[in-house]
Design a protein around this ligand. Structure first.
Ligand SMILES: Nc1ncnc2c1ncn2[C@@H]1O[C@H](COP(=O)(O)OP(=O)(O)OP(=O)(O)O)[C@@H](O)[C@H]1O
Length: 210
């Protein structure tokens, strides 16, 4: 479940320009696509939903937790355990292998070390041959697919993805979208995607345009 109300945000150095966002309500297991032209505030909205930026005003509820009421420490814990993030720029340790990065993510989110799940995810993303390679040895597209595995490994309540298919060819775009949808279904989580990628639109009924 995800719900926002009267959400507004302004960056300190943005000459008082305030970004206002439409209210969002999506029920259990529903997906949502966030569309809009460059600069309108899509990434900012995703960062607000992840609790990475504090709302200037308005409310955000993720899985019945009111994010605005959490302290920074509680928010970090909540994000680590219940939010899956897939960003354009990924955060992994490039000197570790794919499997080691996934194990680290499990430890951070306090989920059990599940070798089978890691290998399954890596296989579904077409990375099996590379699982013991260091991340710096991967192409950009392969790193993007790894970032998806890192986003879902801990079975989050909400999965937030910023342009997850932008560097992928048609075959891998299809694979990634169906993997994200399948994982969201398995984890009973909401899948929220920001994209310019026209190929993704047909996969979702629920859209908002900023
Ligand atoms: N750290 C920042 N400091 C000041 N202004 C910012 C900052 N980050 C973004 N902005 C401004 O806030 C507005 C929204 O930016 P945001 O990145 O959320 O847009 P977007 O819709 O995701 O754009 P794109 O599709 O190009 O990625 C833009 O006008 C941008 O210039």
């Amino acid at each position: 479940m995800l719900r926002t109300q009267s959400l507004q945000f302004s960056y300190q150095d943005s000459k008082n320009e305030t970004l206002s966002f439409p209210d969002i309500t999506i029920g259990p297991k529903q997906g949502l696509l966030i569309l809009g032209p460059s600069g309108v505030g899509k990434t900012t909205l995703l960062h607000l939903l992840a609790g990475l930026l504090p709302a200037q005003s308005g409310d955000i509820f993720v899985a019945n937790t009111h994010l605005n009421t959490l302290s920074r420490k509680q928010l970090d814990k909540f994000r680590g355990q219940h939010i899956g993030l897939i960003f354009q720029r990924s955060y992994f340790i490039k000197s570790l292998s794919l499997i080691e990065n996934l194990s680290l993510r499990e430890r951070i989110s306090k989920t059990k070390n599940d070798r089978y799940r890691k290998e399954q995810l890596i296989m579904q993303l077409g990375l099996s041959d590379l699982q013991n390679k260091k991340v710096y040895e991967l192409s950009e597209g392969q790193q993007q697919r790894l970032s998806i595995a890192l986003g879902v490994i801990h079975k989050p309540k909400i999965l937030l993805a910023d342009e997850p298919t932008s560097n992928l060819d048609d075959v891998n775009c299809e694979k990634v979208i169906s993997l994200l949808k399948k994982e969201a279904e398995i984890c009973k989580s909401n899948l929220v995607i920001i994209t310019h990628d026209q190929r993704v639109k047909s996969h979702f009924d629920n859209h908002i345009i900023l």
